[in-house]
Design a protein around this ligand. Structure first.
Ligand code: ZN
Length: 238
């Protein structure tokens, strides 16, 4: 089944450029710009935790594939790549957050002007809700350059943008990646101080402890083995 939009050309995966038609189960769904193989390589795993009492959801594990895709998105100002990340979640997100406003993770304004492209805003455009650019960075500090202790003080590099009001509004704070959660924490604090009626955090990916990932894989295999054992026993008993 092809969408009306794509009936002039064979749709292709925007990550590996292989044609989607007849390639995998993707054909069953319209408007997915990523094939199942690339999607699985992104390690889709919806994780929900709480940060300072606020619900924080993410959709992917930050692995090499996600890192490369983000790099391409940022480095090449690739709008098509930005579309890919949340493509499989967008219907659900649009419904769930239909009366919310989005506040993107702050970036250093001068940097965006130079690039003309903000990857966080482009990625979360999938939700189709208005942006309130409420928080800005006061200097060009990069998370990656900070150690754990410095990251906890990220709030010192953030400021509220004059004239933006979130009072009484439901605010979804969005970011491409969550590592320590320090930025999200500092921003949530600012949003609540400025009267947001409700705040949630949504990040495309989050880093997980490699040890935990290994363990979770083992436990999944163990689970499968347990099921196989059960089935065997049932067969023996019947
Ligand atoms: Zn692909």
């Amino acid at each position: 089944m092809q969408s009306a939009k794509s009936n002039t050309a064979t749709p292709f995966c925007k990550v590996c450029f292989k044609p989607l038609k007849g390639y995998d189960t993707n054909d069953l769904f319209e408007d997915f710009p990523i094939c199942s193989k690339c999607f699985q390589a992104m390690e889709p795993k919806t994780i929900t935790t709480k940060i300072v009492g606020i619900k924080a959801t993410s959709f992917f594990v930050y692995n090499g594939k996600v890192r490369d895709m983000l790099y391409q998105c940022k480095g090449c100002a690739d709008y098509e790549m930005a579309e890919v990340f949340l493509s499989r979640y967008k219907s659900w997100l649009r419904f769930k957050y239909r009366d919310w406003f989005l506040v993107p993770a702050p970036s250093f304004a001068e940097k965006n002007e130079k690039r003309g492209f903000n990857q966080v805003e482009e990625i979360f455009r999938a939700i189709d809700r208005p942006y309130l650019l409420a928080i800005k960075k006061t200097d060009n500090v990069k998370q990656a350059d900070l150690n754990y202790v410095q990251r906890q003080k990220i709030g010192e590099h953030l400021a509220w943008v004059d004239g933006i009001s979130v009072h009484g509004k439901k605010i979804l704070f969005v970011d491409d990646l969550m590592t320590t959660g320090a930025t999200a924490k500092a921003c949530v604090k600012l949003l609540l101080e400025h009267g947001a009626s409700k705040v949630e955090i949504l990040t495309m990916a989050r880093t997980t402890n490699p040890k935990e990932r290994k363990e979770s894989k083992i436990s999944f295999t163990q689970k499968l083995l347990q099921i196989v054992d059960k089935l065997k026993k049932r067969k023996e008993n019947s």
